[in-house]
Structure formats: structure tokens, C-alpha cells
Design a protein around this ligand. Structure first.
Ligand code: NAD
Length: 335
């Protein structure tokens, strides 16, 4: 298969590149290297079936360059991370809304199928026990820039759905819930790499608010095979699928586990949200996925434990350490 991946030099994108090359695809990655890094692709640069295009999804000619001749496109390029969104709301909105529209239009014109990466953020402050794909969205004020990411990704989904309904674009949507693993950077607000880095450096682990807010972290090695599987199901077109971890943990418990597991001397320090973020930040207390739709479609059953996730992220951060190879938890696709 000929596959194009926008955001292919990013955290998830670079793992997807490796997974699909191993499955036999010809893979082209498009990335503007804003939050992504060529370093993430060091193991595949020079691979005979891998091509890299440095370019922006806001540039139609750059997107066409990778979409022409592609069988399928994975659209992962986005402005991601609370810090980035709060500090650069306008640029983030442009990338996440206009950029996606450019990709949708190009993919339609070039006859490929599309997998759109969306996010659990679209559920906003809905703290229900298990968020199904039909769950209501509860977003904060439009004047709080934190919600612009959720708003933009919601528009992306609506755009994708409209392209499917009106033009028959073969597009499926995945909603990722806090995916973590090696190569994720803590620079833009991702909590696991940030806390792991602090623990390794012997610095206090900074927990925002009271630390009782919970999340369900999932491992990139569980997520990438599921994304790929969904992209190959015709029944997924016009649909959205949650992909999240199966274990709910508070951020305080996460910090404590990181300290214990890594044998760190670090303390835990509580930081008020107002101190941690610029104006416009608001957190949600809880976010728990109902993964049953993806389980039925592709057998999604994330098995990687929190301890395994912490260890794999830590291996990536140890000075002079070698990152552990990602273990793919799912059926390897064969083209
Ligand atoms: P990432 O920041 O590592 O990857 C995004 C990539 O897109 C980067 O390589 C960046 O350089 C590139 N990019 C940004 N703007 C671009 C532009 N205008 N043109 C071309 N490339 C551009 O983040 P990630 O965690 O790998 O996220 C990948 C996708 O998954 C995103 O769409 C994100 O919204 C979604 N997602 C991720 C998570 C998570 O927990 N990591 C959760 C929900 C959704």
C-alpha cells in the first residue's frame, strides 16, 4: 500500500511510519517540523520505501505532493499540547481547522482514503463513567483559549463527516485519549514525559491543582496497530472510534508511582493551575473512554500497564540511555 502520513515526524506519526514500513507499505511523511523532529525518524531515514517531505498542511501543493498516488492518508499533523494551544491560539486554530480542510480536499481530489486523528478533548468537561462516541460535549467558554483545541478538532470531525456524506470521502475518525510512549515530549504540557523527566533529574515532580484529576493513559504500541486496523475497515468510514487506556489513574497517584518505580529521590510539589499556565486554562477532572466500539471493530484491547508505560518513557529519557523498542500490541497488518 502507498501511505501518506501528515505529522509523520511527530510522536505518534513517527511510530506509525515505522509500523507501516514493517508491514510493507511505501510511506511518505509530511511534516513542518514545528513540534516534530527528524530525530524521531532516524531509524527510517534512508529506508528504500520511506520518503520525507518537509512542508505545511496549510500549503495545498505540499499536501498534494504526498496525497498524489496514495492509497490511504493518515492525518496526524496538528498543533498539539495545552501549552502550545494556550500560548499560540491563532496559529493552532489555523493549523487545526484550515489545515485539516486542505487535507480533506486534497485526499478527496486524489482518491485516497483518510484516517483523521481526533481527540478525547472534544468531550471537554464530560466526566461520565465511560464516554461513548455519542456522548455529549461539554466545553468551557470560547474566551478560554484552552478549549480552542477541542473546538477545532470538533470542527475537523464535522468537516470529515460532511465530506463523507456529501462527497463519499472514505474517512474514519479516531479519538485518542492521552497516548504516551517514547519520543513524546513534555515541552507542550504532556504530563507523563514531564514527570518522568523531573524524576530522573531529581527535581520535584510538579502536580497541578490537587492532583485528584484522573486520566486513562494508553501506550503508543497499543494505539498504532488499532489506528491502522481501523483505517482498513470499510465499515469505519463515516464513523468515530475512541482509543484510550483501560486503567484510570489520578495525576497524584501517577507521580507517586513514577517516583517509586524509578527509585527517584524527588518530592512531589503541588502547583496551582494559575501558576502553571497562562490565562485561559481550565482542566477537566476526569476522562474515561468506552473502547467497546473499537474493540468490536478491530479487537482493540490495550494491555500495556502503567508501569510498563512509565518504564518505556523513562528509558527514552535516561542520559545516554537507549530507548526500548516499542512492542506492538496488536495483529501486524500484512499488505
Ligand atoms: P506531535 O506534536 O508529536 O505531532 C504533530 C506533528 O504535526 C508534529 O510532527 C508537527 O511538527 C506536525 N505539524 C504541526 N503543524 C503542522 C503543519 N501546519 N504542517 C505540517 N505538519 C505540522 O503530537 P502527537 O501526540 O503525535 O499527535 C498526533 C495527532 O494525534 C494529532 O492530530 C493530535 O491531535 C492527536 N492526538 C494526540 C494525543 C496524544 O495523547 N498524544 C491525544 C489526542 C489526539
Amino acid at each position: 500500500m502507498k501511505t501518506a502520513i501528515t505529522g509523520g515526524a511527530g510522536f505518534i506519526g513517527s511510530h506509525l511510519v515505522q509500523y507501516l514500513l514493517a508491514a510493507g507499505d511505501e510511506v511518505t511523511a509530511l511534516d513542518n517540523l514545528s513540534t516534530g523532529r527528524l530525530e524521531n525518524l532516524r531509524d527510517v531515514i534512508g529506508h528504500p520505501r520511506f520518503h520525507f517531505v518537509e512542508g505545511d498542511i496549510l500549503d495545498r501543493s505540499a499536501v498534494d505532493k504526498v496525497a498524489v498516488g496514495a492509497t490511504r492518508v493518515f492525518h496526524l499533523a496538528a498543533a498539539v499540547g495545552v501549552n502550545l494551544i494556550v500560548e499560540h491560539p491563532l496559529e493552532s486554530l489555523r493549523t487545526n481547522i484550515h489545515g485539516t480542510e486542505v487535507v480533506l480536499d486534497s485526499v478527496l481530489a486524489n482518491g485516497a482514503s483518510l484516517l483523521l486523528a481526533s481527540t478525547s478533548e472534544i468531550y471537554g468537561k464530560n466526566t461520565s463513567d465511560r464516554l461513548s462516541e455519542e456522548a455529549d460535549r461539554i466545553l468551557g467558554s470560547t474566551l478560554k483559549s484552552r478549549w480552542t483545541y477541542a473546538a477545532a478538532k470538533g470542527i475537523d470531525e464535522a468537516f470529515a463527516h460532511a465530506y463523507w456524506r456529501e462527497f463519499g470521502l472514505r474517512v474514519a475518525i479516531v479519538r485518542l485519549f492521552n497516548t504516551v510512549g517514547p519520543r513524546q515530549t513534555g515541552r507542550y504540557g504532556m504530563v507523563v514525559p514531564r514527570l518522568v523527566k523531573q524524576a530522573i533529574a531529581g527535581e520535584p515532580l510538579t502536580v497541578y491543582g490537587d492532583g485528584k484529576q484522573t486520566r486513562c493513559f494508553s501506550y503508543v504500541g497499543d494505539i498504532v496497530p488499532a489506528i491502522t486496523g481501523i483505517s482498513e475497515k470499510t465499515s469505519a468510514y463515516g464513523n468515530a472510534y475512541n482509543l484510550g487506556g483501560s486503567h484510570e489513574v489520578s495525576i497524584l497517584a501517577l507521580a507517586e508511582r513514577i517516583v517509586e518505580l524509578l527509585g527517584s529521590d524527588s518530592d512531589i510539589r503541588f502547583v496551582p493551575y494559575q501558576e502553571a499556565y497562562a490565562d485561559g486554562y481550565e482542566d477537566m477532572r476526569r476522562r474515561v473512554p468506552d473502547n467497546s466500539k473499537a474493540r468490536e471493530l478491530v479487537g482493540f484491547d490495550p494491555q500495556t500497564t502503567l508501569d510498563q508505560i512509565i518504564r518505556s518513557v523513562a528509558a527514552d529519557y535516561r542520559p545516554n540511555g537507549k530507548p526500548d523498542p516499542v512492542q506492538w500490541k496488536g495483529t501486524m497488518v500484512a499488505n
